[in-house]
Design a protein around this ligand. Structure first.
Ligand SMILES: [Zn+2]
Length: 100
């Protein structure tokens, strides 16, 4: 399987590290809703078809990438830098200067 890194070009998947599902939304950091945290931590959707994933080009430019890959054929339909899509999804943004 080849991943077409936007910076390096097509590279073997062995140069990349899978970093997880890109469809999950993290609960607010201050949330104490145990059910929401359990769902975020343990619930997974077993997608059939296009699946949005996060990959790190660990053997190359070390860019974090958003990859859309078919779970049926492993065909990759899109690859983009994470930084080009704004901030990481979150249920709520962190407040500047506030530490949890
Ligand atoms: Zn790269």
């Amino acid at each position: 399987m080849l991943i077409n890194c936007p910076y390096c070009g097509p590279r073997d998947v062995s140069e990349f590290t899978y970093q997880g599902d890109d469809n999950r939304v993290r609960p607010d950091q201050a949330s104490t809703d145990q059910a929401a945290w359990n769902a975020y931590t343990y619930d997974r959707v077993n997608t059939m078809g296009d699946h949005k994933e996060l990959w790190l080009h660990s053997g190359g430019c070390r860019a974090h990438l958003r990859v859309t890959r078919s779970t049926l054929t492993h065909a990759i339909s899109s690859v983009a830098f994470v930084r080009d899509h704004g901030e990481k999804k979150s249920a709520a943004r962190r407040k500047p200067g506030v530490r949890a």
